[in-house]
Design a protein around this ligand. Sequence first.
Ligand code: GDP
Ligand code: MN
Length: 304
Amino acid sequence: TGPPPVLRYNLNNVTITNTPVKNRESVLILTPMARFYQGYWDNLLKLSYPHELITLGFILPKTKEGNAAYAELDKQITKTQKFGPEKDRFRSIIILRQDFDPPIPSQDEAERHKMQNQKPRRAAMAKARNSLLFTTLGPSTSWVLWLDADVIETPPTLIQDLAFHNKPVITPNCFQRYYNAEKKRMDERPYDFNNWQDSPTAQKMAAQMSPDDILLEGYQDMATYRALMAYMYEEGGDIHYEVPLDGVGGTALLVKADVHRDGAMFPPFSFYHLIETEGFAKMARRLGWHAAGLPNYKVYHYNE
Ligand code: GDP
Ligand code: MN
C-alpha cells in the first residue's frame, strides 16, 4: 500500500467526433426532473446509442412531487439496472436531490407559464441545471445530452443523429401531440419556443431594459419578432436541414462537453438580458461556440 493513486486524464485524448459510437465516446444524459413520466423512461431505454457508454444524471426537487417522482424513478432504475437485459443497462446513474426549494409551489402548466413567474422559475431551473452539470461532468465525458423529463418520444438514434452534425450545441424541434377537437383527430403543434434567431426588435428592447430585466419568448405582451425554430418545420423536409440559433431551449439539447468545460453554464441571472438555456446559448457564443437547430427533426413533449 503506497500513497493514494494519482488519476491522470489527458483531455486531448477525449475525442468529440461525428462518429461517436465508432470512437466509443462517453455521453452524459442530464435530466432535471419534477415529475416522472413512464414515457420518458421507455424512450430512454430505446435509445440505440450503446448504453454502456451512457451515464445518466438526475436532479429532483425536495418537494412532495419530487419525492413521488424519485420513488418512481428509483423503481425503474432498479428494474433496468438489476433485472433488465444487459444491453439496456447504463454505465452509471447519479441522482441528486436539490438543496433549495422551487420558487413557485404549483407545477401546473398554466401556473408555470405565467409571465410574472418566469424570472424566479427560470432562475431556479438554471441553478438546478448547474448543480447537476458541475457535479456530474467527468474528465472522460465527450457529450452532454440535456433531456427534459417530459420528453417522451424521440427517434432511437437521437444522439447519433445530432452528433453527426458535429456542432458544439445542437437541438431538434420539440413538438407536442394533442387531440384536435375541430379536426376530431390526433394532431401536433410546436412546443419549445426558446429556440430562436435574434431580431432587431428584441435587440432594441434589450437595450432599453434595466440590467436585471430579462427578455422572454412566447408572450404576446412582449413581442420580440425573433424567428422561432418552432415555426420553421416543413412537412417532408430534410431532417438534417440545419439553421443557426441565438437562443436555445433545454427540452433536448446536445452539447460538446468542451463547451461546458470552457465554462458555459446556465446563468440564473440576467446575462445580456437572457436567462437559463437562452443565456447558455449566449454564453457559449461569447466563448466562440455557435448553436444550431434542426427544424425538421422532431421530438415530442408530454401533453398535460
Ligand atoms: P416547460 O416545459 O418549459 O414548462 O418546463 P418544465 O416545467 O417542464 O421544466 C423543464 C424540466 O425541468 C422538466 O424536466 C421538469 O421536470 C424539470 N423541473 C421543473 N421544475 C423543476 C424544479 O424545481 N427542480 C428540478 N430539479 N427540476 C425541475
Ligand atoms: Mn416541459
